[in-house]
Design a protein around this ligand. Structure first.
Ligand code: 13P
Length: 281
């Protein structure tokens, strides 16, 4: 199957009462593991490349791997740029054939964020590519819940921003954070509900790693359209390789080591998709 865009997948999510897993990959084995899990669970997913990993792996390479995986898969797969830092980076990914791009200028002032996001929307939509943007601050997970709460998304600004830009989905700050949590995450479900119910585009939650399953299930129930997960996959990958090399000579067949890492990522992806599709209709 060719790559789908976010809009198609987010509409599927709404219809079937699931949340789309937006899973980060930066090489072939991780991407294969994610798509294999999606196939097993019959759940469409977005595979996405973190902006730094686009610089590392190359947008053309990542898109080629995603396309190959998508063509072997029976479920719809979209390919996205995660936390794109500039119009230029988003354009690079649009031109490389990504089907979705995120432009994250949440730390800039409102006018600049709107202006640059509109430029991305214009080139992306011309090619059928979806656009995600962010409002509020999604902190790193070593922050306290009180610090994280300072960056919560303002619903009124969010409603205006979506109208001003024409984006396809909006990432919001409601208590989750990126990376490994130092403190138990405290999610503001009241705020999340207001955002889901009153913002005129699908809502995205980031920082899915380490967020307890019951909290994620609650977000699924509330209609969160897309949940981003990265760190849990990368940790599974690293841990499997670490274990493998403790037990084997370093001069072994690389494929044996990578097979362990790939299987470990797939197991985590299957667990995530279990929760994200728990209420499927
Ligand atoms: P985690 O690495 O905490 O899962 O966050 C991923 C993410 O939100 C990518 O945008």
């Amino acid at each position: 199957m060719a790559l789908s865009n976010y809009t198609e997948l987010l509409a599927y999510a709404k219809e079937h009462k699931i949340t789309i897993g937006a899973f980060n990959a930066l090489n072939m084995e991780i991407l294969q593991a994610l798509v294999a899990a999606a196939d097993k669970k019959n759940a469409p997913i977005i595979v996405q490349t973190y902006h730094k990993h686009v610089d590392f792996a190359g947008a053309d390479y990542m898109r080629a791997i995603a396309l190959a995986a998508s063509e072997c898969s029976k479920v719809k797969i979209a390919m996205g740029l995660d936390h794109g830092r500039s119009y230029e980076q988003a354009r690079l990914c649009v031109e490389a054939g990504y089907s979705g791009v995120m432009i994250d200028l949440a730390s800039e002032d409102y006018e600049y964020n709107v202006r640059e996001t509109c430029r991305v929307v214009e080139i992306a939509h011309a090619r059928g590519v979806s656009v995600e943007a962010e409002l509020g601050t999604i902190s790193d997970a070593d922050r306290t819940p009180e610090e994280i709460a300072k960056g919560y998304t303002d619903p009124e600004v969010a409603r205006r921003f979506v109208k001003d830009t024409g984006i396809d989905c909006l990432a919001v700050s409601v208590g989750t954070a990126h990376g490994e949590y130092k403190y138990e995450p405290r999610i503001n479900f009241e705020l999340l509900k207001e955002l889901v119910d009153t913002v005129s585009c699908p809502i995205v939650v980031h920082g899915g790693s380490g967020t307890p399953d019951e909290e994620v299930a609650k977000m699924v129930r509330m209609g969160v359209a897309k949940l981003n997960v990265g760190t849990d996959f990368f940790n599974a990958y690293n841990d499997a390789l670490y274990r493998f090399y403790q037990e084997h000579t370093p001069h072994c067949d690389i494929a044996d080591a990578l097979a362990e890492a790939r299987a470990a990522v797939e197991r985590v992806a299957l667990q995530k998709l279990d929760v994200l599709t728990r209420f499927r209709v």
